[in-house]
Design a binder for this molecule. Sequence first.
Ligand SMILES: [Zn+2]
Length: 181
Amino acid sequence: MTKVVITAGHSNTDPGAVNGNVTEAEVATDMRNIVAYCLKDLGIDAVTDGNGSDNDTLRNAIKLIKQGDVAIEFHCNAFHDRRASGVEALAQPKDKVICQKLCEAVSDVMGIPVRGSAGGFKAENSGQHSRLGYVREGGIILELFFISNPSELATYQAKKWPLAREIADVIADHVGIGCKP
Ligand SMILES: [Zn+2]
């Protein structure tokens, strides 16, 4: 049986990046919940690192990775220059194609750039989440957008449901459930 792991970056005690009263951990938890809901609609039960507002620690999220055919953790990028923008995904080379599809989906729905020259894919030793255990253990870190960019944050808040639906569709296709014969 196909299993998908969906986790939220940071935790109940680690907010991650912050913009005003919005934390990266809240955005990640929100997206985890909505994507899990959309996956259920597609007949996929996702393994998550908590329910509702619960966001378990990275250490425990990492332990879930091996339970899935694919494991994705949501994060936001942040930069001191508020104009920094776009989506990217950190992963091992085995996940390059799904990373590119996820980034394309986020870019399409939010109207934001795909970062870098590899369709948003970045090897684990690049970016501010470098050397994170999540990627080393075989998971994907999807940096949805820049929380430090007010326009991207507003777009996320307006479009998180269609965004989650597109992300769920990419995951379903990847694990062979969304594909029509
Ligand atoms: Zn993060």
